[in-house]
Ligand binder design. Sequence first.
Ligand code: IVH
Length: 692
Amino acid sequence: MKQKIEELRRWLNYHNRKYYIDNAPEVSDYEFDQRMHELQRLEAEHPEYDDPNSPSRRVGSDLTTEFRTVEHRYPMLSLGNTYSIEELHEFFDRVEREVGKVEYVCELKFDGTAISLTYHNGRLTRAVTRGDGRSGDDVTTNVRTIRTIPLELTGENVAPLFEIRGEIFMPYASFDRLNAEREQAGDQLFANPRNAAAGTLKQQNSAVVAHRGLDCTLYQMVGEGVTAHSHWESLEMARAWGFKISREACVCHSAAEVDEFIAYWDEARHKLPFPTDGVVIKVNDYQAQQQLGFTSKVPRWAVAYKFKAEQALTRLESVAFQVGRTGAITPVANLSPVLLAGTTVKRATLHNAEQIAQLDIRLGDMVYVEKGGEIIPKITGIELSERKSDSEPFQYITHCPECGTELTRYEGEAKHYCPNQSHCPPQIVGRIIHFIRRKAMDIDGLGDETVELLYENGLVRDVADLYDLRAPQLAVLPRLGEKSAENIIKSIKRSKSVPFARVLFALGIRFVGETTAKYLAAHFGTLDAIMNATVEQLIEAEEVGDKIARSIAEFFADDANRTIIERLRVAGVQFEAEARELHSDLLAGKNVVISGKFLRHSRDELKELIELHGGKNLAAVSANVDYLVAGENMGPAKLQKATKLGIKMLTEEEFEALIASAPAPAKAEQAAQPTPEPAHTQSAMPIQGELF
Ligand code: IVH
């Protein structure tokens, strides 16, 4: 039993992370909730295996380092939830046993991301995400761009200070438009509107947020400022002050009326222009709410009834295997076409071999397909009663379907990979397609099909070949005339001035995404510095852990990659970050460590300031360090070490004051060329402005 409990905790921890931190869920909410319930049940039955770190004890967290973290004045709790009407009726029974007959307010459960807004004297002053329920990210700047959130309230008797909570969500129309744009740009698509809303809210650039068409509905007032006597009254008040309050909410006087509301919306929700995943039922009267109180995690006066994702039963005809540019193998289920949530479904994702084995999916099985707001449906189960007696367990492929090479698996990775990077056609073509993407080398006029054509005609075998292309070679290809051939060549030439960080991203090193590439470029300054860096030195760059560092080192250890890089260098592609004007040389020759959390600057901003004033930012405290800029929650070990070494410590304000005292630099030093020092000491090299 202990093993079972531990297994469940591991599973839940993993999927909790996928959902809350990575915004890339791999299982349905339903499955997650089922397992959470199972764990809660087992833990209740076996108190001897109690663990304070069990996922059942915690509410998920969406904290990131980029935004200022602030504490909630009142904790942001979640809701108890159920998929069963029977359990819902147990909730009514309990409520009415404790406080007698009451009214309930039924609302739609919006499928977005929770937000808490503070209004001071009628003006929006703060917008904070739920985070871990105690503190969240201050996303006020981004929230201000959402048109349906009032910046100033109107109406009478507006409370001088109060908090109101609700859901920021992305209507389907915005979601479809956003994904269409992303597809055009070659960016990864958002799996569902919830991820798109959460991802958008955490954007660094609020202009991007403004463009994405987020919406917000409010559903709870909190704080002493609330003068209403019931939840319904508070909603009406809020509506009168200018908030967007759902018109679908209503007061129900009995359990039967609640059931009716649920039954209606279980069908009607499919016609709504925004995503919903259930109904929230709240005791209306505030006094009754108060009497019922809270458990440690959820209010006892409210519950969420969640809709089951729509399912269909169909036959698994075959499994196809796609090979991505990194060699990752993705199995895809080919299904007998079936109607599901208004569209015909023919394919479903199967993540990897493990998932197939876990569900014991077999060819010819009747499988349940679910569409929980995701674009591509998933297989969630099998109808065993319909399994043929002669069916056999699914045999996962052992060799690449494209090039026949034996597949491998990397430690900690669920997927199989084809290791034949240099000769496996979809990997080669995939890498070239990645290289020319808008966010990479931005080579116009070359679509996926043209790249395939170039490859098939032997004109391009790797990304360096692009720079040897001549217009007449292209002009003779089908669908390409002289004019477009010339435009492509022009665009290829233009790509030679694409900044280094994007070149690094374009190389397609496994795990090096756009952001990591920016950090690497900023930290090392030149491609040579990165190529010559050891794994330990690579880890010193922000966001680079062991896994990424090893992948980078492997990439550059490969002779074929080195050859391509030398050819790109000859072609004139940017292998160095552009020099940037320094603000002063106040910190020239000084090593600075930043540690802890800061109120007024992000860590990146502080790093940039240090570098703009000629200093070098180091990760660890050592005798070489001149200053330690200390924020909140700095690790005690660091503090102790710094004190022992007598390093000068500065608060955020003191650091600001120091920088403010800087004189302008001497002209000659501004143009200083990077010195050929060992890679890891080059962190203070001029970096391009684009990152910040
Ligand atoms: S009330 C203390 N009402 O669902 C209770 N929540 O599963 C506060 N949600 O964190 C929440 N629609 O993000 C409430 N009409 C609604 C809702 C709603 C969506 C979300 C909210 C909450 C989560 C709980």
